[in-house]
Design a binder for this molecule. Structure first.
Ligand code: NAI
Length: 684
């Protein structure tokens, strides 16, 4: 095993360097190295203290998550921390970059913490379905009190250095060189141990504790790790430190092999790898500093905000002066609200806005390294816009379309440089939603696509590469999902039952409430456009068309799958909808039956899994795990369920084949079965 920890000497202070690139993740080799170094510190009389520091530009930014699914090798982290506490000499943690999870627990086991400006600290274990397992739940409340510990651990909050200093989580911010500051701090502590374990915990009985508990449970509903973390934190008030540690470890050991933890780790790795695509080879992204956004509507202004937030200069271009003014106002109002709400400093807001230029002059596009088009969803309009872009954009600029459904190749064909054309499909609101599809046209150059993926990362989004097919990955999966829900309504479920069952499973919203929110007319127009080419044998549910014909286009018309009477807070069950559905069923001779919530959830999952298998076979999705990234980050699929592919793999081939036969029977003619074997066995 390569040594991952080196010990250097600075006079009587040992500098213990953790060197496990790229993020100095805690691993068996790191723990072994730390244990050996602490033993040297203890037994060497010429050493009087130590500094723990990370090589490179970070402390320990997390743990090697692959270890969590297997039996843990010795020494485990709690033993390393016990050794630090028992060594008789002060140990100072020198923090930079990120000190997260086990890394921050290690730091809390030291006698003091010195941080470089820009450091973030936190215990995000709950977001991975576990709780801190090396004393985090026991030491943190001894520093910040129980309410703050609940808030911090249950949300996985990352606390910046200045706030950490204020809260007492770090003792000093290093003005200059971190290592020298930490060594000096260790010298000051010579002969002293100041262990967090000896501090007294304030009471668990207070209104603030109750408030923090209920807020954490509300935000973390259906996540068992949240309750477990709260219990462990509250125990600090009445259980001795060593018993508290032992109890915490037992819960950690139980949770790390729980279904939720496996699912969340799966999602973590799928997201981590989403922007890495072996099919792009060694392609390096093109340099981008200046971005032009065409169209200042809903999407264009949201995209402009996302790009401004990431530090780019932005040119917002329109054909219509009034639309441009509205877009500019929307962007300004957005920053004003964030500044007023304290979410953004006034000068940071002003800096973002200062990078924006609005214009009606197409010649200005010549400065852009990347052009993102977000005009009306009509092929003719987009082709015309791309012709105009082609005429002025500099050679090598990447030209992107935000189209949701149109054929990217047909758009690229309007230019003389289809190799530079890609799709960048943002989701609404574009400055909020994490998901971004990067669409590969037939001629898209690998480095143009790599530019799209790199932009996504810089925008702190999750970019997923998709082939150029109707609806790409996300909207294709969602169409299969919605179609299945419509089938179930036709068979006997009410929309509100379908929505409630899926929300209880963990979806952020049910599909019919979502449809009402986004409006039923877009899909209606699309169905009308596709009517001539539809497979006449395939099952077709008329209910959504009938709703639209009745003027029920969703929230904006005060009625859709639900009613929205004046003054109502949200969707209201509407008898008129029941009557309309009953009429449609009768028209088709369907005798309604009752569907269980379990059937509803299972059919939705199977329909998505089947569509995912089709997308993989067609090469639209390159990796099965991308489907999970798309569903969780773009469509409200519950993260702690891992995603539909995780679910399918967990269910296993035999059960899934039986399920799919059952689903095919229920769906009737037109059901196209995907290749499940490939979905289940492909490497990722
Ligand atoms: P929108 O109607 O709000 O905005 C479109 C803007 O483009 C208008 O301000 C219009 O003046 C401008 N425009 C139209 N033709 C133009 C031209 N020739 N030159 C310059 N500007 C022109 O539309 P929205 O919702 O922002 O959609 C834009 C694109 O984003 C569409 O392709 C849509 O499919 C796609 N999209 C929309 C999503 C949504 O939820 N609204 C989600 C994802 C993609």
């Amino acid at each position: 095993m390569t040594p991952r920890v080196h010990l250097e000497r600075d006079g009587e202070i040992a500098v213990i360097m953790i060197d496990n690139p790229p993020i100095n993740a805690g691993s068996a080799a790191v723990r072994q190295g730390l244990m050996a170094a602490i033993e040297t510190l203890r037994s060497d009389d010429t050493l009087e203290g130590a500094v723990l520091i990370g090589a490179g530009n970070t402390f320990i930014a997390g743990s090697d998550l692959r270890e969590f699914g297997q039996p843990l090798t010795e020494p485990q982290l709690p033993s390393v921390i016990v050794a630090i506490e028992a060594c008789g000499k002060p140990v100072v943690a020198a923090l930079q970059g990120a000190a997260l999870g086990g890394g921050f627990e290690l730091a809390l086991g030291c006698d003091a913490r010195v941080a470089a400006p820009g450091t973030v600290v936190g215990l995000p274990e709950v977001t991975l379905g576990i709780i801190p397992g090396a004393g985090g739940t026991q030491r943190l409340p001894r520093i910040v009190g129980i309410p703050r510990a609940i808030r911090m651990i249950c949300s996985g909050e990352r606390v910046p250095a200045a706030a950490a200093l204020e809260a007492g989580l770090v003792d000093q911010i290093a003005a200059g060189d971190l290592r020298s500051a930490a060594v000096a701090h260790a010298r000051q502590l010579k002969g002293k141990k100041q262990r967090v374990r000896e501090r007294v915990v304030p009471s668990a009985q207070s209104a603030e504790v109750d408030e923090a508990t209920s807020a954490a449970l509300k935000a973390g509903k259906r996540r068992p790790a949240v309750q477990a973390a709260i219990d462990a934190i509250k125990a600090t008030a009445h259980v001795g430190f060593d018993d508290g540690l032992a109890d915490e470890r037992a819960v950690f050991q139980r949770l790390r092999i729980s279904r939720e933890a496996f699912a969340l780790r799966h999602q973590f790795f799928a997201e981590r790898d989403s922007a890495k695509h072996p099919s792009l080879g060694e392609a390096t992204p093109r340099a981008v500093e200046h971005v032009a956004v065409i169209g200042a509507g809903t999407m264009g202004s949201g995209i402009a905000i996302a790009v401004l937030d990431a530090g780019y200069r932005v040119l917002l271009l329109e054909q219509d002066a009034a639309a441009l003014e509205r877009g500019a106002q929307r962007i300004h109002a957005h920053y004003a609200t964030r500044v007023q709400g304290g979410k953004l400093g006034a000068s940071a807001g002003a800096t973002c806005e200062a990078r924006l230029k609005t214009s009606l002059d197409w010649a200005e596009l010549a400065q852009a390294d990347l052009v993102i088009e977000a005009v009306f969803e009509e092929l003719g309009v987009k082709q015309q816009v791309f012709q105009r872009i082609d005429a002025v954009a500099r050679p090598g600029a990447v030209l992107a379309s935000n189209t949701s459904y149109l054929d990217l190749d047909a758009i690229a064909a309007a230019t003389s440089r289809p190799q530079d054309v890609i799709g960048l499909h943002f989701f609404s609101p574009a400055n909020v939603m994490k998901l971004m599809e990067v669409v590969r046209g037939q001629a898209s150059a690998p480095d143009a696509l790599a530019t799209g993926l790199a932009l996504g990362k810089r925008l702190k989004k999750l970019p997923v590469l998709t082939g150029n097919a109707f609806g790409f990955i996300g909207n294709r999966l969602y169409a299969a999902y919605r179609r299945q829900c419509e089938f179930m309504v036709e068979e006997g479920a009410w929309p509100e039952q379908v929505d409630a069952a899926l929300q209880a499973f963990g979806f952020a919203m049910g599909p019919f409430a979502v449809a009402d929110l986004s409006g039923l007319d877009i899909a209606w127009r699309m169905r009308q456009a596709q009517a001539a080419t539809r497979d006449p044998q395939a099952r077709y549910v008329h209910i959504p068309d009938r709703l639209c014909e009745a003027g029920r286009l969703g929230r904006k018309t005060g009625a859709g799958y639900y009613g929205y009477p004046e003054g109502s807070k949200g969707p209201q069950v509407d008898e008129a909808v029941h009557e309309l559905i009953a009429f449609c069923r009768a028209e088709k001779g369907v005798v309604p039956r009752s569907l269980s919530d379990d059937e509803i959830v299972r059919r939705v999952l199977l329909a998505i899994v089947n569509e995912a298998a089709l997308l993989l076979a067609e090469g639209v999705a390159e990796r099965a795990t991308d489907v999970d990234v798309v569903l969780v980050n773009g469509y409200g699929f519950p993260r702690w369920e891992g995603g539909p592919v995780f679910w399918a793999r967990e269910r296993g081939a035999a059960a899934l084949q039986d399920d799919m036969l059952w689903l095919a029977g229920l769906c009737g003619p037109g059901f196209v079965a995907g290749d499940l074997h490939h979905l289940l066995t492909t490497e990722n």
